[in-house]
Write a protein that binds this ligand. Structure first.
Ligand SMILES: [Zn+2]
Length: 420
């Protein structure tokens, strides 16, 4: 088992203060030690790689993505309402073939790798792709199989069993499966309940979109609004008019520490505590949030309730693309959008894309941090300007990262200053 000792201008381990002139010792696929260069340099038997002025940090964790929609970037411009966006998305999807989705998924995976992501929680609308795409990328993939049940009127048991059969046929070593009942408005309550039960028994994660739009909140709280009006001819609305979307999830047994609740933009008083007390992780997607023009994300309220908050890119079908510039899946861009919209530090934003993401996936200590025993998922970011705040300097990095290692293997090998 080979060892390599990486030296860099600084190491941001995310579990201890920044280490200037730091080093990380990698042994096989794990991190063996992290510390000041002067302490670790006595590991004479390891190959040394000097990364000069770069900063080393854990590979980023994208806690919400739809890789299969990557090539929809710029296709849906300025929807008038949230239901209008869904209608346009469904129309677009109907025109796509298997190979469109496969190419789109793989292109998205490459974008994530170039921009420093090493783990992604992805929603799979086309799970037929998974045996092919899982083995075609070195990313750590957490695939949540999407289930809906409004248009089809199929029995919830049947929808769930189809997803379970699909999961059973996957190559188990290449990725990790989970379930994604799409959203409370698109999923029969019984399917929410059954999914929660199966995920609990099998120790899987669940990911669901919840309280994303004002329209969804009004549908569940007040039986009114554009989503209510659109869906009332398509689904039973007997579950509306009683509660907030978050309370709706609680009633059907979904609130638990294995849940990644996506968006959570609209809260009723008490919802934040319900999420916090049940150990739920919330995933905020800053650029998608701004594309839809939602009310401000209730970060402070969720943080006060001790909710674990992570960041995700969402899909490029809901990120604004201006006419002259293409847009990419990029967690650095999401972190910058987040700190500019909120009164939070760059360090907080980086915690959300590292240690918080790991906690959401049940992998604290294994990914999202540089510490002894963790998987060697490491990125190198060039930092040129002098700055007292290394976290800020890192999140202002644009373009591709200079190096990326997953499970001890270089995916992007950095240019060396010196190697011995
Ligand atoms: Zn989504």
């Amino acid at each position: 088992m080979g060892s390599v000792l990486l030296r860099a201008r600084a190491v941001l381990s995310m579990t201890r203060p920044p280490i200037k002139n730091g080093a990380v010792l990698v042994s096989g696929n794990r991190i063996a030690a992290v510390g000041p260069w002067k302490d670790l340099s006595r590991h004479a038997r390891a190959e040394v790689m000097d990364l000069g002025e770069m900063v080393l940090l854990p590979g980023l964790i994208n806690a919400h993505c739809h890789l299969d929609y990557t090539d929809m970037a710029g296709q849906i411009t300025r929807p008038r309402s949230f239901p209008d966006w869904i209608k346009e998305l469904l129309a677009l999807k109907a025109q796509w073939s298997y190979s469109d989705y496969a190419q789109s998924w793989l292109r998205g995976a490459k974008m994530l790798l170039r921009t420093g992501v090493t783990s992604v929680a992805d929603i799979e609308a086309v799970p037929e792709l998974l045996p092919e795409v899982w083995t075609a990328t070195p990313l750590r993939i957490f695939s949540f199989l999407e289930m809906t049940g409004v248009k089809s009127h199929r029995a919830p048991e049947e929808i769930l069993h189809e997803a379970l059969d699909r999961i059973e046929s996957l190559p188990s070593s290449a990725g990790s499966p989970g379930l994604s009942p799409h959203a409370p408005y698109s999923t029969p309550p019984e399917l929410l309940r059954l999914s929660a039960e199966v995920a609990r028994n099998r120790n899987w994660r669940i990911s669901t979109h919840v309280s994303e739009s004002r329209a969804e909140f009004d549908m569940f709280m007040h039986r009114r609004g554009p989503l209510f009006n659109w869906l009332k001819s398509q689904r039973s609305m007997s579950d509306c008019g009683h509660s907030s979307p978050v309370q709706h999830l609680e009633r059907h047994g979904l609130l638990s520490s294995n849940l990644l609740a996506i968006h959570v933009n609209y809260l009723l008083a008490g919802d934040a505590s319900l999420l916090g007390n049940n150990g739920v992780s919330v995933v905020h997607c800053p650029r998608s949030h701004s594309y839809f023009g939602h009310d401000p994300f209730p970060r402070q309220e969720l943080a006060d309730a001790r909710v674990n908050i992570c960041l995700g890119t969402d899909s490029l079908a809901s990120v604004h693309q201006d006419r002259h510039q293409s847009v990419e899946l990029d967690l650095f861009a999401e972190m910058r959008a987040f700190v500019s919209a909120k009164d939070v530090s760059a360090e907080t934003a980086l915690q959300m894309t590292t240690v918080n993401g790991a906690r959401a996936l049940g992998l604290s200590g294994s990914i999202g941090e540089l510490s002894e025993g963790a998987f060697a998922d490491i990125i190198a970011v060039p930092v040129v300007q002098e700055s007292d705040d290394l976290y800020a300097a890192v999140i202002h990095h644009t373009g591709d990262v200079a190096g990326s290692m997953i499970n001890g293997d270089w995916i992007l090998k950095p240019q060396l200053v010196r190697s011995s």
